[in-house]
Design a protein around this ligand. Structure first.
Ligand code: ASP
Length: 424
């Protein structure tokens, strides 16, 4: 086959036709960029490739209508194979985005089916069903969106899915992961995946992350997890527990890290093998339970030196039902804030203390400030992440309006968010 980088080719695989420009490819593989903006990679021995036009002829072709280069047949699974059934729910974010050349900005434009059609290797892993939940950037998610998404995930599991993948913007993925972790007890894997770089960029992480997510979705790990690049290379993805994960970098592909925990494990991109590091809930160990309900009037307040305690008074006055404080090292806030913690407690508003350090455990018993916070009613968040604490608080207050029950639930580990302290 005579073609070189930049040439336009047609690729046929299992009755589906793809057209695109040849991109730099690994040995034995061909990667093309389709007009939809998505890159698709194929194993050369599994496809028929027809040369269409050389590099120079592309300019005309690229100006043509976009529709012609979409796969002509969009079946989502290879017929005849008994593969696990996976539901892929798309919510938006960079994994579903490309550059809009009108505005120059990246916008969410792809659906779950587009993602499936653009990454043909997925069909070797499972039998997919695509469903669009939303097409938004994740900064636009809220507690209502988490509940709608959770409901859709539960419906797919009830309908027989062996695993569910949620494609999601990376910026608030950890909040959604935590929300699903609290709302759903699951017998099958629920995997959140995104990408840091849109599909039309050569360094896009979308295909590798999606393939690794699919491998986790068919695995034994029946938990809510986040699967994203483990390093800046294309070697493996990490599998993070949904309540212990945080986006720690604005742009690196390996931005997601487990905090106060090892990742559950890793998935090799080329080996396609999963190695686990910590105990996890296995497939079928739990039966499906859906516990929706989120109190949106909760806030995460970051303490800074000299910050005016009136900030807390604002939330109390505005009828907020719960507060998370992100305090200094062990979880402290200034002495001037303590009467406001007492005021919140007296008004039956739970206050949880967490730390700006993220790593490590809250201990408000070492210094007098901490002891005074506890006396005023503040609940030590142990080693919970501030964002997870906020989502847990919203969920707990969506389950009960009883203050003492809420405080008890906030102190307990419900979904892997608090690691037991062995040194107390
Ligand atoms: N702003 C985007 C989002 O969270 C970023 C991304 O997906 O990586 O939806």
């Amino acid at each position: 086959m005579e073609f070189k980088q930049g040439d336009w080719v047609r690729i046929e695989k299992n009755g589906t036709v793809y057209e695109g420009k040849v991109m730099p490819s690994m040995e034995g593989y061909i990667t093309i960029k389709m007009k939809s903006g998505y890159n698709a990679g194929f194993s050369m021995d599994k496809v028929r490739i027809t040369f269409l036009e050389n590099n120079e002829g592309n300019a005309n072709r690229v100006r043509n209508s976009c529709r012609e280069c979409r796969p002509v047949k969009e079946e989502l699974s290879e017929p005849g194979k008994k593969l696990p059934k996976i539901a892929i729910l798309s919510t938006g974010g960079t994994i579903a985005s490309k550059i809009d050349y009108r505005t120059g900005a990246v916008t969410s434009q792809f659906t779950a089916d587009d993602i499936l059609a653009a990454i043909p290797e997925l069909r070797e892993i499972a039998d997919f069903k695509g469903r669009v939940i939303s097409s938004i950037l994740s900064e636009n998610m809220d507690s209502e969106s988490w509940q709608n998404l959770a409901r859709a995930v539960v419906e797919e599991i009830e309908a027989g899915a062996d695993g569910v993948i949620v494609t999601h913007g990376t910026d608030t993925m950890m909040y959604t992961a935590a929300a699903l972790s609290f709302m759903i007890e699951t017998p099958v894997p629920i995997v959140l995946v995104g990408s840091q770089r849109s599909a039309d960029r050569p360094s896009s992480d979308n295909a590798m992350n999606a393939i690794c997510a699919a491998l986790v979705a068919i695995s034994d790990i029946a938990e809510v997890s986040v699967v994203m690049h483990g390093t800046s290379s294309d070697n493996f993805c990490e599998i993070h527990r949904g309540t212990k994960v945080r986006k720690m970098h604005t742009s690196r592909r390996d931005a997601f890290k487990s905090v106060n925990s090892f990742p559950i494990g890793i998935v090799g991109y080329s080996t396609r093998e999963i190695e686990t590091y910590i105990e996890y809930t296995g497939r079928g160990e739990k039966s499906l339970k859906f516990k929706p309900g989120m109190e949106p009037k909760c806030a995460l307040v970051k303490f800074t030196p000299g910050a005016d305690p009136a900030v807390l008074d604002y939330y109390i006055g505005k009828g907020y039902k719960g507060l998370v404080l992100e305090g200094t090292g062990l979880g402290h806030v200034s002495t001037k804030w303590i009467p406001l913690i007492q005021k919140a407690t007296d008004a039956k508003i739970p206050v949880i203390s967490t730390s700006q350090c993220l790593n490590g455990r809250i201990c408000d018993r070492v210094y007098d400030t901490g002891r005074d916070m506890i006396k005023a009613g503040s609940i030590e968040g142990e080693d919970i992440l501030p964002e997870t604490a906020l989502v847990k608080l919203m969920w707990v207050l969506g389950q009960t309006s009883e203050f003492d029950t809420a405080v008890k639930m906030l102190r307990e580990d419900i979904s892997g968010e608090i690691t037991a302290c062995t040194q107390k």
